[in-house]
Design a protein around this ligand. Structure first.
Ligand code: SF4
Ligand code: SF4
Length: 281
């Protein structure tokens, strides 16, 4: 169990607790201001990333100190966790609305609107989160034109997530002043700023999943399809055995490799049951 499961989930998966999506949490003015500022000023995300890039030139001990400070701040404000498709499905079963919104990271990195993020809410029609976003001025992505906001049924949202998996995108939940969870995103290391921060620059802004993947050597045909989609460099190929294998220390447990394996050779195990990775978040 990650730190948030203990602090915000009573020892169970914190992102499966309906209380962490409660509409009441958006009565908090500080949280409302944080959400408004987050979407009104996407340029702050780019500035944060530039700071992390510059930190790469600092002496290691200074860099470690900066990294700890960034993680400490992000855990309080906007922190994520990788979640596999079955847990996304469990979230979609208890929330009351799912609205696809343009991804703010791709707005910065690709300079275009791509619907890879989903606002989830216990309220109808996107709840108070969408009320807040619809009320922002025209600096938010599509601005007051809300055509970029797309309300989906649970079945439609699951279909969209399955398609995102085939594109090799990894699902993650995100807080807006922890523990309130406002969205589920679909990330990759080239366009998603959070994954770049975490995987490329080594600044932790998200937890790994509560799972770790493993390959069954009996089922693996050695086709290597899985290796093309792992965002975390955790898959390798043994020329001697002609099979893929997973570095469980590097694995984030996203399950994306599983979705492209035609031989059904990849499964996810609870992280706690994998001694090499049980304490790695
Ligand atoms: S996709 Fe499946 S069968 Fe192909 S190498 Fe990976 S684990 Fe083996
Ligand atoms: S090996 Fe791990 S991190 Fe890589 S795609 Fe599979 S589950 Fe995700």
């Amino acid at each position: 169990m990650c730190q948030f499961c203990i602090q915000h989930g009573e020892g169970k998966k914190w992102y499966l607790q309906a209380s962490n999506y409660a509409e009441d949490l958006l009565s908090d003015l500080r949280r409302r201001e944080f959400v408004a500022d987050f979407f009104r000023h996407p340029e702050h995300l780019g500035e944060d990333l530039a700071t992390m890039e510059r930190a790469g030139e600092l002496p290691a001990f200074v860099r470690r100190a900066v990294s700890r400070l960034v993680t400490h701040r992000m855990k309080k404000q906007h922190f994520g966790q990788v979640v596999p498709l079955e847990d996304v499905e469990a979230i979609f079963e208890f929330v009351n609305s799912i609205v696809r919104v343009p991804c703010i990271c791709r707005h910065m990195t690709l300079k275009r609107e791509v619907g890879y993020c989903y606002a989830v809410s216990m309220g109808p029609n996107g709840g108070r989160m969408m009320e807040l976003l619809r009320g922002l001025d025209d600096s938010f992505l599509n601005g007051p034109d809300i055509s970029g906001f797309d309300q989906l049924t649970t079945a439609e949202a699951l279909q969209a997530f399955a398609a995102h998996e085939k594109e090799g995108l990894c699902h993650s939940v995100w807080t807006f002043i922890t523990p309130f969870i406002g969205g589920v995103c679909n990330c990759d290391r080239s366009d998603c700023l959070a994954m770049r921060a975490n995987v490329v620059h080594g600044f932790q802004v998200m937890f790994r999943a509560e799972y770790v993947a493993e390959v069954s050597p009996d089922l693996c045909t050695g086709c290597r399809s899985c290796m093309r989609v792992c965002q975390f460099g955790a898959l390798a190929y043994s020329a001697a055995n002609k099979k893929a294998f997973i570095d469980q220390v590097a694995c984030y447990g996203c399950g994306i490799c599983r979705s492209v394996c035609a031989a059904n050779a990849i499964t996810l195990k609870p992280r706690a049951e994998v001694p090499a990775a049980a304490r790695l978040w």
